[in-house]
Ligand binder design. Structure first.
Ligand code: PLP
Length: 365
């Protein structure tokens, strides 16, 4: 193997001294859950986004589950979501007993906003806007539709830390926004982690209570809550990485630009970018109808790649009970059969990338 699909070593090494010092400080502090490191990270991340409140939780999926639940979404409700979203997005809806209403993606691999309104029923409660691969959904239209139809908006920013729509960071448009700090994310921690961001003080307070067994005051439990907290070591390390997030995103953007300039194989379609977005290149996703062959060819040349994602949620075993079949969401299914994510990570060298581009350009069918 010459290239892995992802490689977290270089980014770690770059700031290793700071991370190691912080981890030791927290270990030696004797305080590991719900402490000053989490308070600081929550403040800093809210500031970074220009949002009012951030509440750290245990994972991106928990952020989704908890935000839907505390916005009052449950049995009998419908939530609109892109049919090609990651399956965790759908789980955030269904674990609460609500029903996902799938809408086809557009050419940017985000929800096709022209198809949202026809999917709204009297049961629709919310739109889950997933900013896939680091590129924002069309938030002007999502917010317009939500306002017109009195719907909530939840943003899934798990792949879009620092991405912008129209000069404003994603995560600040909806009623709540969910983030994941899974290690491979642009703002990735060193284990699982997540956060919910909101401008709504009451919702923020409810989430703080819910994530900690429904407790605001020790031994007093107001609601049946859960245990979902971003621990002190993760929070401390994320505060450090947050300082470098813009640099990390810049580096990722440089890599994306090199792919755009270098790849000229007619069999391969490059990602499309909306004019008023600032993507953060969580993934660089190319498409080709010979996707499996391309993946195999790259592998034979030492380049590993992954697919985001080969099975759309409506066709996964987990959602058989919803009763969908092949052909129900042709765009999402076509994407599932044609997308391939090229290596894109902090520290990918120009040489490695030029090799990848050459190999791709020499590909024939
Ligand atoms: C779009 C999206 N939503 C939600 C999640 C879930 O986050 P986590 O893995 O932290 O639970 C992920 C990543 O895994 C994701 O990519």
């Amino acid at each position: 193997v010459r290239l892995f699909a992802n490689n977290l070593h270089v980014e770690y090494q770059k700031y290793a001294d700071e991370y190691e010092k912080k981890a030791l400080d927290v270990l030696r502090s004797g305080w590991y859950v719900l402490g000053k490191e989490l308070d600081l990270f929550e403040q800093e991340f809210a500031n970074y986004l220009s949002a009012k409140h951030c509440i750290g939780v245990a994972s991106g999926l928990d952020a989704l589950i908890i935000s839907h639940k505390l916005l009052g979404i449950g049995p009998g409700d419908e939530v609109i979501v892109a049919a090609n979203a990651y399956i965790a997005c759908v789980m955030g809806i269904t674990i609460n007993g609500a029903k996902p209403i799938f809408v086809e993606p557009d050419q940017h691999h985000n929800i096709d906003v022209a198809k949202i309104e026809q999917s709204i029923t009297s049961k629709t409660k919310a739109i889950l806007a997933v900013h896939l691969y680091g590129q924002s959904c069309d938030m002007d239209i999502v917010m317009k539709i939500a306002n017109r139809n009195d719907l909530l908006v939840i943003e899934d920013c798990a792949q879009a830390h620092g991405a912008e729509w129209d000069g404003r960071k994603v995560g600040t448009y909806g009623n709540a926004a969910c983030f994941s700090f899974y290690p491979t994310k642009n703002l990735g921690g060193f284990g699982d982690g997540g956060a919910i961001v909101t401008d709504n003080a009451k919702l923020a307070e409810d989430i703080r209570c819910y994530r900690n067994y429904g407790s605001r005051v020790k031994y007093q439990n107001d609601v049946v809550g859960t245990n979902s907290r971003l621990d002190e070591i993760q929070a401390g390390l994320l505060t450090i990485k947050l300082k470098y997030l813009d640099n990390i995103n810049k580096e990722r953007s440089k890599i994306a630009q090199r792919y755009f300039q270098g790849i000229n194989n007619k069999l391969i379609e490059l990602p499309k970018i909306r004019l008023n977005t600032k993507p953060v290149w969580h993934q660089f996703v190319v498409s080709t109808k010979y996707r499996n062959e391309l993946q195999e060819y790259l592998k034979q040349n030492g380049i590993n790649t992954v697919m985001h994602y080969p099975i759309p949620p409506h066709l996964s075993n987990a959602y058989k009970y919803l009763g969908y079949k092949k052909g129900d969401f042709p765009m999402a299914e076509e994407y599932a059969n044609s997308v391939l994510s090229l290596p894109l990570y902090y520290g990918l060298t120009q040489k490695e990338q030029e090799y990848t581009i050459d190999i791709i350009n020499n590909w024939k069918m």
